[in-house]
Design a protein around this ligand. Structure first.
Ligand code: AMP
Length: 307
């Protein structure tokens, strides 16, 4: 079992109502790798970094079973840089800076050693580049999951629509689902998105959990009510990594198993927000993950007898 993860490896500067960071490691594929490697090895990473990226992070990922053969290193340019400021509700944020840097000339290549991977996680990235990876695979993976964001809907909607025909699961947040379909009702939006191609749709709703749609079925996973939410950056990617990690570990792509996978994804995301950047994911133990998944089970389990 192997999982290819494509996306950004970046530096982020984040402002939340509780603090501010200067330049810390982030990027969609970084979070996916940290989350997924708890469940599946190897995670085969495809990304691009500049001369400023931390070697200690690369070493840490390698120790966790993340293969970096597909990570291009550009010697004389900085890594992708993103900066954002969260509003008081921590669910909404403004992007302050998106410096593509090395990403502007990224031409992802799938190493020969990655061919045959059963699972593909297309993390948030230019839609054209996500497609370029699908096109290079000699064997279609069992499941292709794609994340995206409003930024790409604004500037590359046509490319995004092409990708939707090629993937199995789309991951978006509620405002992105609305932007994609011009529908306010998430049920109507879901129906329209499923008509655009993917067989499954996950709509993330931040602190209000996530919805999984498939045909006429819908499943809801709550988010764990947390006492402190410190920094939501990367929560969506961490969710994706946990979701995909569980699917790749079990190799079961049924709707029922996806329900479990979105609980696992939600559990992983709940850790991510507890500290700035990927710090909490870097120190996580297996026992803590199991305990957190159990917290979710306890949160929603109840007996009901109407007679
Ligand atoms: P999330 O909070 O899950 O949406 O992910 C935030 C991460 O996505 C940050 O670490 C950023 O480096 C990365 N990111 C921000 N904007 C983009 C973009 N336009 N394309 C790819 N990755 C991005």
């Amino acid at each position: 079992m192997s999982l290819i993860s494509v996306g950004t490896m970046a530096f982020d500067a984040i402002e939340t109502p509780f603090g501010k960071t200067d330049r810390i490691v982030g990027g969609s594929a970084t979070y996916v790798a940290y989350a997924a490697s708890n469940f599946v090895k190897p995670v085969q990473q495809i990304s691009i970094i500049g001369n400023d990226f931390d070697q200690s992070i690369l070493d840490d990922l390698t120790r966790r079973g993340v293969q970096l053969d597909g990570v291009e290193r550009v010697p004389n340019q900085p890594s992708f840089f993103w900066s954002g400021r969260y509003h008081m509700d921590m669910n909404t944020r403004d992007t302050l800076v998106t410096d593509l840097n090395v990403l502007a000339n990224f031409n992802p290549q799938v190493p020969a050693s990655y061919q045959g991977a059963e699972f593909l996680m297309l993390g948030n990235l230019m839609p054209k580049l996500q497609k370029q990876v699908i096109d290079q695979l000699t064997q279609r993976p069992k499941l292709i999951v794609m994340d995206t964001m409003n930024f790409w809907m604004d500037i590359a909607m046509d490319d995004l629509l092409v990708n939707l025909r090629m993937i199995d699961v789309l991951l978006v947040n509620d405002s992105e689902a609305r932007q994609l379909t011009n529908e306010f009702s998430l049920v109507k939006a879901a129906r329209k998105i499923l008509d655009m191609g993917p067989r499954f749709l996950i709509i993330k709703k931040g602190e209000h959990g996530a919805l999984l749609f498939h045909e006429n079925h819908v499943f809801y996973a709550p988010a764990l009510p947390l006492e402190d939410v410190f920094d939501p950056t990367g929560a969506g990617d961490t969710f994706a990594g946990g979701f995909m990690g569980h699917i790749a570990k079990t190799r079961d792509i049924s709707f029922d198993n996806m329900k479990t996978a979105i609980i696992v994804g939600s559990a992983m995301a709940s850790f991510c927000v507890e500290k700035f950047g990927p710090a909490r994911l870097q120190e996580l133990s297996k026992a803590e993950i199991e305990e957190r998944v159990q917290d979710f089970v306890d949160l929603v389990q109840f007996d009901i007898d109407l007679v």
